[in-house]
Write a protein that binds this ligand. Structure first.
Ligand code: B12
Ligand code: SF4
Ligand code: SF4
Length: 235
């Protein structure tokens, strides 16, 4: 069955150098509300370099539009994939890029955590690691991508080994560039919790402030300087 799923993914996800995907074993890692789903598919869509490069000077309307468009595109792609996997007789569930209110814990205001982490599916699929500003750094595109996932109830064997620790090394570029001072430079591994190296509240408050100033929209927290400056995946 894994072969049929791989064939479906190869046919459905464009092979255009702007997508990455991989298979993840998530046994024991998912929140109880995903009971029955032990495996997942991570899909990443590269963001346009011209827009991401421009973020070095701060967020702007082009990034806001790209963010919304990419979310819509990936949501369509994972919904389509989940439907096709269900047709193969395998139960599956699509998780859109921003997940949704359903996957936002009631404690969200206090924790800034959802029940579901796309980045975790990405590291288990061997596609990348968690960088010093808590972004998913894909081997191929760096942080210049958005992620979406599909969960399945059928065993999947990752196509490459999971990545368990940071590959940032001595680089500190995003830590120094962050206008909120949100990261302290500590390296991630699977035993290090987010709050030990990155302050999500500092990031959220700064991102809210800069996105409102640049776009006039207050429905999101969009900054992204840390995406722009990372040397991994930069052309
Ligand atoms: C809540 C949220 C926020 C919050 C909190 C961010 C945070 N880093 O926790 C706020 C509002 C601050 C925020 C801001 C931004 N966000 Co946001 N956000 C989310 C959301 C909805 C949930 C994240 C969450 O629950 N975090 C809680 C922590 C604990 O989990 P985590 O951050 O996902 O990562 C941990 C685990 O994955 C763990 N892990 C990884 N592998 C493994 C393996 C094992 C075995 C174990 C045990 C653990 C483990 O390591 C990580 C660190 O602890 C996700 C979408 C989603 N559902 O995944 C998007 C998401 C993380 N955001 C994203 C982006 C791009 C941003 C912004 C740049 C704003 C923007 N949209 O332009 C900023 C950047 C912030 C930053 N530097 O991380 C992208 C990240 C893409 C990438 N390359 O990493 C995501 C994945 C959306 C998407 N679909 O692409 N965001
Ligand atoms: S999104 Fe902006 S404020 Fe948040 S960590 Fe990245 S650079 Fe810092
Ligand atoms: S800028 Fe450097 S430290 Fe930050 S995520 Fe990228 S490689 Fe890691």
């Amino acid at each position: 069955m894994q072969e049929r799923i791989v064939e479906l993914l190869s046919k459905t996800i464009p092979d255009d150098g702007r997508h990455i995907w991989g298979l993840a074993d998530l046994s024991g890692l998912l929140h109880e509300r995903f009971k029955g789903y032990g495996y997942g598919i991570c899909i990443g869509k590269r963001l346009d370099d011209s827009v991401i490069d421009s973020l070095i000077k701060g967020t702007n309307m082009e990034y806001y539009r790209l963010y919304k468009d990419t979310n819509a595109y990936l949501s369509g792609l994972v919904t389509d994939l989940a439907a096709k996997i269900n047709e193969l007789g395998i139960r599956s569930l699509s998780i859109t890029p921003t997940s949704n209110q359903l996957y936002r814990s009631p404690e969200y205001a206090r924790t800034l955590r959802h029940y579901f982490s796309h980045k975790m599916v990405g590291t288990r699929a061997g596609l990348g690691w968690i960088g010093k500003c808590d972004l998913f750094i894909s081997v191929k595109f760096g942080a210049r991508l958005r992620l979406a996932s599909v969960l399945v109830d059928h065993p999947l064997k990752p196509l490459q080994p999971p990545i368990d620790k940071s590959r940032c090394g001595k680089c500190n570029v995003c830590v120094e560039a962050c206008p909120a001072g949100a990261a302290n430079g500590k390296l991630w591994n699977t035993k290090v919790d987010r709050d030990e190296f990155y302050d999500a509240f500092r990031c959220r408050d700064k991102a809210k402030e800069v996105s409102l100033a640049a776009t006039g929209q207050n429905d999101d927290e969009i900054c992204g300087i840390c995406i722009s400056v990372c040397p991994v995946g930069r052309k």
